[in-house]
Design a protein around this ligand. Structure first.
Ligand code: ADP
Ligand code: MG
Length: 694
């Protein structure tokens, strides 16, 4: 037997059952079986007493005697019952499906142990389909008994707990030939790990709780370790192999702009991040950097200054945004900042007309155009650059990995890549998800920003809220009203929005109201945006299309309707649309009176903090890591034991250990590291589904 042996050949399984197991559990090899970890364990040393039972729905073991077996017929329905007694009381055992064999073989009036889940019915405890062990046949080992993730489909066909326990017990006997050490001695010593063989034995049949904990620790460590090692190796490989255009100088374009046109002093964080980017781009190696910064932290200016460095070195740049509005806004902003320079900027989106598009294509190819701002349209094959040196992607996780790979191909030597994200992600996720990117963080807001005040209000407070809004408008401020629109096609939400619009227009009849939603045509959206951004409309009623990037500094109040329907990160993104100017800003979360516990946690978190990283931690605890990154990258969190929510410490430690190992021995050539290298090459390489993240 080897790890690759098909389970069909495992004693007790055979082709029929192998097929079933593969279909239901996705298990096809001996290795898969070894990784089929129990969901919990029963302590066989612990014997419950009927007289002391308090809760139902738990798996327990009892010791006593079976009596009074009888078949009950009720029309077509047949079942088998028996009494079970211990020295403290009696309860019913029930079988809804059973064979004649079972009925005849029940060990009546003998000392037995029974296992099973306790039910309560009419205040009486009972146990359906118990597993029975006769005292004298009982295995004399006191290890914990594993309970595997099962399914009704399997149980019905006889593949019950007992079945898996027997199969795994047999496989565990082969552990000495199946399982080989994959960590060096010094690590096992310093981490006080079990050997790898003992780990697998104890994860299936723990000697006691202490060994179980140790087995779990090691398995989590291994998952984290080899995962991080993979990224560490790739990163090292990238750094030595991946060619990039060096940008050695900072020239006139940058200096001129910095000295004459910069509208504000950069924050220290912006300066630091810019320096990190500069150092990267100096080298003849492709930059692959993630810029994380909360909404409003000033990433756009960093992007612009980075593009000016590219230009100083004779290269073109592009900046790509996920929506047309956002691209437009970047374009307007950048154009405005560059208005007193000779630098040429154009906007390319799906709605740019063919004639204008043709000019852009030409100017890109002959190098006249220095900066291209756009949406996905930039990725089209027809868009060719003379020499693209830098590609910036804003609001990163809306773009897929494949799309980013397309950018690489836009130049013979791939452009430097700067990915900007305003969605702070929990540190554990960043550590695993972004481990092949270098990360820069803007962790400081521009001076003079006042933290946004967030309040939770209910329907009964509406008049109060509206009066507050009116006061703010009188002070010269502008207001957003945001309605949930989960899917642009949801008719109900659309109706909701229209009713909201009408209601707002009635309540604020003395003011102008603009409206923005995803079903509008691009030019309608522009008109609406301009109506509001120019200050002609005091109020904007909108859906979550304004979530990303929209920048109207004078808008200082945001009322979010049905706030309980939004996710945390979305609420945080939305809130980032206010608090962009010098005025005190407010975010008012309107909800119905009754809230689920989870909604309440979300709303409470929002009112308590403005810190995007804290919010993302709570979000991950509520939704789990998979949903945070979206389905697109869900493979990322495909760990069996490691839990990104609760194992932050392990992840942090492994990262440190991996870094230390690779620093001392980047190619893993030391004799004591062969064991790691071989295991990695054999089992892990190629399992990172998203090896090329950008
Ligand atoms: P984000 O990081 O969300 O993309 P932006 O780049 O849109 O943030 O910046 C938000 C606002 O802050 C913009 O109006 C921008 O002009 C302004 N801003 C950026 N950096 C600074 C700074 N150092 N000092 C003052 N205002 C700044
Ligand atoms: Mg932005």
């Amino acid at each position: 037997m080897t790890l690759e042996t098909s389970i069909e050949y495992v004693k007790g399984i055979g082709p029929e059952r192998a097929k079933l197991i593969k279909n239901v559990l996705g298990i096809s090899t001996v290795e898969d079986l070894l990784h089929f970890y129990p969901i919990r364990y029963i302590d066989k040393n612990k014997i419950y007493k009927i007289g002391n039972l308090q809760e139902s729905n738990i798996e327990i073991q009892l010791r006593g005697k079976i009596t009074q077996v009888q078949e009950i017929h009720n029309g077509k329905i047949k079942r088998l019952t028996a009494k079970f007694n211990d020295d403290t009381g009696s309860m019913d055992l029930v079988w809804f499906q059973y064979s004649k064999w079972l009925k005849e073989q029940l060990p009546v009036n003998r000392e037995v142990f029974i296992f099973g889940k306790i039910n309560v019915f009419n205040n009486q405890f009972s146990m359906p389909h118990p597993e029975i062990e006769i005292d004298e046949n009982r295995e004399k080992d006191n290890r914990l008994k594993p309970i595997y993730p099962g399914s009704e489909k399997l149980t019905k066909r006889g593949l019950n707990q007992k079945f898996f326990q027997v199969i795994l017990r047999n496989i565990c006997k082969e552990i000495p030939t199946l399982i080989h050490e994959n960590l060096p001695d010094y690590l096992i010593q310093s981490m006080k790990f079990l050997s790898r063989q003992d780990t697998y034995l104890n994860i299936h049949f723990p000697e006691n709780n202490e060994f179980l904990t140790k087995a779990n620790q090691r398995l989590k460590f291994e998952e984290s370790f080899f995962f991080q090692l993979g990224f560490g190796l790739k990163k090292a490989h990238h750094k030595t192999k991946s060619q990039g255009n060096p940008f050695p100088i900072v020239g006139d374009y940058f200096t001129d702009f910095y000295e004459k046109h910069l509208p504000f002093e950069l924050t220290n964080a912006q300066k630091r991040v810019l320096k990190e980017i500069r150092l990267d781009m100096k080298k003849p190696i492709q930059m692959n950097r993630l810029l994380q910064g909360d909404v409003g932290s000033g990433k756009t200016m960093v992007a612009l200054l980075t593009m000016l460095i590219a230009l100083d070195n004779g290269f073109q740049s592009c900046i790509m945004a996920p929506t047309e509005i956002l691209a437009q806004q970047h374009y307007n902003g950048i154009k405005d900042l560059l208005k007193e320079t000779s630098i040429k900027v154009s906007l390319l989106t799906g709605s740019v007309k063919a004639s204008a598009r043709k000019i852009i294509h030409e100017e890109l190819e002959n190098g006249e155009l220095a900066i291209l701002v756009g949406t996905h349209a930039v990725l089209e094959d027809k868009v060719r650059f003379k020499n693209l040196g830098l590609a910036i992607i804003d609001e990163q996780h809306r773009f897929g990995v494949a799309q980013r790979a397309k950018l690489w191909a836009k130049n013979k030597i791939p452009p430097h890549i700067l990915v900007m994200t305003a969605t702070p992600i929990p540190r554990t996720l960043a550590m695993s998800f972004y481990s092949d990117l270098d990360v820069s963080v803007i962790d400081e807001m521009p001076v003079g920003r006042k933290p946004i005040i967030t309040a939770h209000r209910r329907e009964k407070d509406r008049t109060f809220v509206y009066n507050f809004c009116r006061d703010e408008i009188r002070k010269g401020r502008q207001i957003y009203f945001v309605y949930p629109l989960i899917e642009e096609s949801e008719t109900l939400d659309y109706k909701n929005l229209m009713e909201g619009l009408e209601y707002v227009m009635q309540s604020f009849s003395e003011y102008n109201v603009a409206m923005l939603h995803g079903r509008m045509k691009p030019d309608e959206k522009d008109t609406a945006m301009n109506y509001f951004a120019s200050g002609k409309a005091e109020i904007m009623v909108a859906t979550t299309v304004i979530e990303v990037g929209v920048n109207v500094p004078n808008a200082s109040v945001m009322v979010i309707e049905s706030a309980e329907r939004f996710g945390l990160s979305q609420l945080h993104q939305l809130r980032g649309r206010v608090g962009r100017g010098a005025e005190q800003s407010y975010c008012i979360l309107m909800t119905s009176d009754k809230l689920s516990t989870e909604s309440r946690t979300r709303i409470k978190t929002m009112t308590e903090t403005n810190d995007g990283f804290k919010i993302s931690e709570v979000d991950m605890q509520l939704r789990g890591p998979g949903d945070i990154l979206g389905t697109q990258q869900s493979g990322v969190v495909d760990f069996k034991k490691l839990d990104l929510v609760n194992d932050a410490v392990i992840i942090k430690n492994t990262k440190k250990i991996v870094e230390k190992i690779l620093e001392a021995d980047p190619l893993l050539s030391r004799p004591d590291h062969q064991i790691i290298k071989n295991y990695y090459l054999q089992f892990y390489k190629g399992k990172n589904k998203w090896s090329k993240i950008s």
